[in-house]
Design a protein around this ligand. Structure first.
Ligand code: FRU
Length: 488
């Protein structure tokens, strides 16, 4: 009989976890500076918090291979957002109220301690499901204990299906609010809110009234925060049709900017947009750190998609931490300053390209950062080819005629999720200068354009034996300045 995928780590057979570790470590597609699991599958970032100077990152984790099964909360911590220490598994779903997994949620600080909120996922034999909202304490020594009165919220409110999950809690005017992603009985997505005076006992308040009433069948991983004087919601809607440059991945992520009145739960929306334009990005979560920065981590991956590295029994990674700000209603994402620590010696390239290429051969080990500017743009098309091995390349093309920027991974031998297309794009207005910052980490690429106003996060799986370079190209003339940093 097939092994149940609802097995906790406590039920591992002797030698099983070591064997999983040995298999995964052989994979040269494993990143070196992005948070990822040693083995098994990770998905959403959870419980993000800085407590007593230390950053804690939890993530959804299934131990027994590259598949979605019994979800635990894995745990890493850091003092500088660069070097991460692995801690024991924080939440193992051993209780009836979480019989099919400790699902996603957020964290807050209360009286010097961390409070973690998560969804106890419950499935029944007839295929139906329910959800309980649960709490755990994060102690200053990094240990985690489940709240003895769990679940804090039992079941789902009237009018919604069993798809109610991913609590994100914040405090405002002495009241705690818990935001949840939900599905209405008519199978449309929504956001609902509970409130509490002590963050432990909760009562249902209602649904957030937005001007996006019919936007897919389920909204996952909601987030809410204030940023630069505005209110921002972030969530991951499922069931939206691709349109123009937008919504090509199986599921998508949007941010919406406006004014939120928490009393009446009314959100006057001014603007919304997809957060990230890459192939692999889902379920982001933000938190405010002790210096007041609003930081975001996301899952570099998609649900319900198989990846070439699955055969090694591990899957996925988290994005680099990004500092958020607003410029007007546009969200700007900037990799945190601390990441400079990863850089080796810089190599500089400067010059003018005229219908030709410059090749950076240093980039063979696919672990580097590039910081570059294109100026004096007289080219129809120009851009970068990453992971270039003559046979394969990831092409980033700025197209001044079509006024768009495209990311094209069609030439790779290892393809996946091709039913969702092999090119992603965003509108881009040609100006006299473009800056591009790229982080490459073995099979991960994060591309930040114009200071982080356009971001593409993606995986690519280059042939195992290929030697990669970076090519910079232009059809026409363009000036370039490149600072290249190896990462080790
Ligand atoms: C999003 C999600 C969440 C859920 C978790 C389960 O990727 O489906 O809604 O809590 O993953 O792992």
């Amino acid at each position: 009989m097939a092994e149940s995928k609802y097995r906790t780590i406590l039920e591992a057979k002797s030698g099983e976890l070591e064997a999983l570790k040995d298999k995964a470590i052989k994979d040269t597609w494993q990143p070196i500076y992005h948070i990822h699991p040693q083995y098994g599958l990770m998905n959403d970032p959870n419980g993000l918090i800085q407590l007593n100077g230390e950053y804690h990152v939890f993530y959804q984790w299934y131990p027994y291979g590259a598949m979605h099964g019994m979800k635990h909360w894995a745990h890493v911590k850091s003092t500088d957002l660069v070097t991460w220490e692995r801690l024991p598994v924080a939440l193992t779903p051993t209780e009836e109220y979480e019989s099919h997994g400790a699902y996603s949620g957020g964290a807050i600080e209360k009286d010097g301690q961390g409070l973690l909120f998560y969804t106890g996922n419950v499935k029944y034999e007839d295929g139906s499901r329910s959800a309980n909202q649960c709490i755990a304490m994060l102690n200053r020594d990094g240990s985690v204990e489940k709240y003895t009165h769990n679940p804090a919220v039992q079941g789902v409110p009237d009018g919604y299906t069993g798809h109610v999950r991913d609590p994100k809690v914040w405090k405002e005017n002495d009241t705690y609010y818990m935001l949840l992603g939900a599905q209405r009985e008519n199978e449309t997505g929504a956001l609902i809110v509970y409130e509490s005076s002590d963050a432990l006992q909760w009562s249902f308040k209602g649904e957030v009234k937005t001007s996006l009433p019919d936007f897919g069948y389920m909204w996952e991983c909601p987030d809410y925060f204030k940023l630069d004087g505005k209110d921002v919601f972030v969530f991951s809607p499922q069931g939206i049709k691709a349109d123009g440059h937008n919504f090509y991945n199986i599921y998508n992520v949007i941010y919406a900017v406006g004014t939120f009145d928490v009393e009446s739960l009314t959100f006057e929306m001014e603007y919304y947009r997809e957060i990230d334009k890459g192939f692999d990005f889902y379920a982001p979560q933000t938190f405010q750190d002790e210096s007041g920065r609003r930081l975001l981590f996301a899952w570099i991956g998609n649900p319900d998609v198989d990846y070439p590295s699955d055969e090694y029994g591990w899957a996925h990674a988290l994005t680099l931490p990004r500092e958020l700000s607003l410029e007007g209603n546009e969200l700007v994402q900037k990799p945190v300053e601390e990441l400079h620590k990863l850089r080796d010696q810089a190599v500089h390239f400067r010059g003018t390209l005229k219908n030709e290429e410059v090749i950076i051969d240093e980039a063979t080990n696919n672990a580097y950062e590039i910081n570059m500017t294109f100026r004096e743009i007289g080219a129809k098309q120009f851009g970068l080819e990453l992971f270039n091995s003559k046979e394969e390349e990831l092409r980033l093309v700025f197209d001044t005629e079509k006024q768009e920027v495209r990311l094209d991974r069609s030439s790779f031998h290892h393809q996946y999720a091709t039913e969702y297309g092999v090119v992603r794009s965003e509108k881009w207005t040609a100006s006299n200068e473009v800056d591009v910052r790229v982080f490459v980490d073995k099979s991960i690429v994060e591309i930040y354009i114009n200071g982080g106003k356009i971001v593409f996060t993606s995986r690519v799986f280059p042939k195992k034996d290929s030697k990669s370079a970076v090519n910079v190209f232009a059809e026409g003339a363009v000036d370039y300045r490149i600072d290249y940093y190896g990462m080790s």
